[in-house]
Write a protein that binds this ligand. Sequence first.
Ligand SMILES: *Cc1c(COP(=O)(O)O)cnc(C)c1O
Length: 705
Amino acid sequence: MSAIIPPLFRDLRELAGNYWWSWQLDGPEVFRDISRSLWETCGHNPKKLLDETLATRRTELDIDPGYRTRAQDLIARFRASVQLPVEPLPGLDPRLNAEHPIAYFSAEFAIHESLPIYAGGLGVLAGDHLKSASDLGLPLVGVGLLYRQGYFLQDMDRSNWQRERYVDIDVPSLPIERVTAADGRPLSVTVLIHRRPVHVSIWRVRVGRVPLYLLDTNRDDNEERDRWITGHLYGGNQDTRLVQELTLGFGGVRALRALGLKPSVFHMNEGHSAFLTLELLREELAQGTPLAEAKKRVKAQCVFTTHTPVTAGHDVFGVEFMDTHLGAYWNELGLTRDQCLAFGRRRPDDLWEPFGMTPLAMRFARSVNGVSRKHGEVCRELFRDFTPEREPTAVPIRHVTNGIHLPTWTAPVARTLLGRYLGPDWERRLADPRTIARIADLPDAELWEMRNRLRRHLVAAVRARAFGSRTRNCEDADFIAAADHLLDPDVLTIGFARRMATYKRMSLIIHDPERTARLLTDHERPVQFVLAGKAHPFDNEAKRNFQELARWKRPIEHLGRIVYLENYDVSLARFLVQGCDVWLNLPRRPLEASGTSGQKVVANGGLNCSILDGWWHEAFAGDNGWAIGAELDDGDPDAQDNADAEALYRVLEDEVVPLFYDRDERGIPAGWLERVRASMRSLLPVFNTDRMVLEYAREVYAPPS
Ligand SMILES: *Cc1c(COP(=O)(O)O)cnc(C)c1O
């Protein structure tokens, strides 16, 4: 490393230390073009890429005028948007400011594929929330855990059974940094776990203007088993889960204090972080505040977003776990065991009721919300016994419908095309009806050309991925070679990718295997499917369902019309939502609280075809995609599956397929593109995280006057 680093590369190194680049036009490309192969082997981690770039290559790029211009332009944009002070958000309560930011707690954050500390939608939502807060200039800090081995890597063995593989995250190579005190020494905090002190390190991830603080117990001065507290995301048993949640809640508040921060609002993204309320309570009691007043003060600072529409989805811990782990805290809090346990019960006097994170969060939150209009209704019904005197409509639970961060999920060609017709910075101006009105100006020919390019790109990426995984699995040479003929760039492409939870019903796609085969093999108007998703390590039912699907597709595999891709992550999700013509969602009602993957296809010119649940229930307007089946829920899952499968086949056979292949003399499906424009017009302004974060800022975070 004795070579002199050109100044351009010193600037690129600074850029690599802030994930801001990941959602800019030409951001990923400026790093990728240093070396495409290194970019892939470094897992899209620019810091690692720069470390491994040879001095000769640096010099070469340093004197390449084209590259210099692009890189300098990106660096200038970075400095302008991240380092300059921002205008305060219009209409934002002045009590929310940089000294008193919002502290956003979540057990997972999906910022980028190079930082694998997320499992699915909850993490994607949290990551997108941070990015929009940064774009909008909302004073916010994130708090989460740095998992030593993240979520698992998925290998499908030759019998198509999912195997989980855990690998250590190479922390020193990540673009994150240890948080240090003024004297330069690393900051750390301590939490009591198993009645003994556990030391917690604090890392900072820069997400534009928003810092994300990650807690980590993997330290030499902790006992071996305590070093694994932050080992895996959702991988352990009840005990692991509880100690992780203690670390996140208690450790998180302590970390913020060690950083000198006094947040105005603590936002619990799901109940995993609800122990933070007990730490805030401890702080109040330690200052001598009487209990009743202390509870009031804690409640004034906390807000809670719940994500599950069923009670079984909520974390609960048996009393014996609580005795083991929280016993030490009761003394610290100066409260009795019964007082503490009652905080986590829906019915405080029911000594048999286990301790629930949702009741704890609800008890101490001044605002509780679900994540779509429908989910808000479901929650009011679910939690009515919490407030027995009230009718469900009067239970104080509102909803803030989830969105997605458009710059993260929209392909560069789509951003550029929309920029040309809607105006530069169109993502910023979606609330303005004049911006939306210009969607009508998008010409058929350019929109169709964009769709074709994105589909071709997807097909190429699918082939490369399939080739890789077939080679790793030591499949037959013929089968490996066939990866080169997977999918057809001109065929209607349907995507289905999400966590392989049973309620998401991937198996509905082959409910009538012959009918599905007919769709795939039609000579004139075929369809092709691209599937992806991980099953939870303990979910054997989901794994068996996948095996069945794999068995079914084996005899028609050679046609290349149905592909399953391993290791669904945000980078795979990006090219799927950008390339697919139709995004399918088949949840069993009412179990999809919101769902967000379908929102990611809209700006890319994809169309949604979904069960009327979650966000689609409030988004579907007749002409902006397709609804599958009726809204009614007769309570019998088998009957629902049968009815929904029939509705799915009907909508595909009678509506989706004919419209896609109905071409005019230019070979363009004008009716299809009209639907794409209707989808953009009605969905873009609403289902994005700028709208969502502003709604949180104005209606949830703003302190009651
Ligand atoms: C968007 C996304 C999700 C969430 O998808 P849903 O449709 O809400 O289930 C999950 N995983 C990844 C990798 C994603 O990008």
